[in-house]
Design a protein around this ligand. Structure first.
Ligand code: IMP
Ligand code: MG
Length: 182
């Protein structure tokens, strides 16, 4: 049976929440630049929308981290696959992540970034699955807390598929899906 995406969080709701998050971040950081460090690939769409809703001057940087192999389960192993091109010493850094699940990826990343002596270091995630947490990680900005469901779309993938969808979706067996407007 093929798995098809069914809408879980519609695009409008995501856009409204991301606008609010941008407003809050702009208030919390009156002074720029904020280094928005997005984690590839899942955070690319959230970064694009969040950054456009932050009025404080910002800079866009990317890091690649792999913790998951193929599929839905973590390999448990974390490594930096693409590092920053710039120094973040003395800078305000906001890590932009798609989803915090076990917390293993971010715990590792925060350790790596702390050693580079940023002026401040916080995390903004679109989604948070608190039920799945294995590592205690402090997340300053959360878009939505969601139950333990595997979601795709708005940057998130299942084996590299579905990242382009405007909505965040769950995967259901074909015939049960309501379709999307991706
Ligand atoms: P963590 O280290 O377990 O917190 O894993 C975080 C990473 O796992 C995220 O950046 C995603 O790439 C991936 N991930 C976790 N849950 C999901 C999901 O429901 N859909 C798609 N990717 C997920
Ligand atoms: Mg992934």
């Amino acid at each position: 049976m093929a798995l098809v995406p069914r809408v879980f969080l519609p695009a409008e709701q995501i856009q409204n929440r991301v606008r609010e998050m941008g407003r809050q971040i702009s208030l919390d950081y009156p002074q720029g630049p904020i280094y928005l460090v997005a984690i590839l690939k899942g955070a690319f769409m959230f970064l694009a929308d969040l950054s456009r809703n932050i009025t404080t001057p910002s800079r866009i940087e990317f890091m690649g981290i792999s913790s998951y192999g193929r599929g839905k389960t973590s390999s448990g192993e974390v490594k930096v696959t693409k590092d920053l091109d710039v120094s973040i010493e003395g800078q305000h850094v906001l890590v932009v992540e798609d989803i915090v699940d076990s917390g293993v990826t971010l715990t590792y990343l925060i350790n790596v970034l702390e050693q580079r002596k940023p002026k401040s270091l916080r995390i903004a995630t679109l989604l948070d699955k608190p039920e799945r947490r294995q590592r205690d990680v402090e997340v300053a900005y959360v878009g939505f807390q969601i139950p333990d469901e595997f979601v795709v779309g708005y940057g998130l993938d299942f084996d590299e598929d579905h990242r382009h969808l405007r909505d965040i979706c769950v995967l259901v067996e074909e015939g049960l899906g309501l379709g999307t407007r991706g």
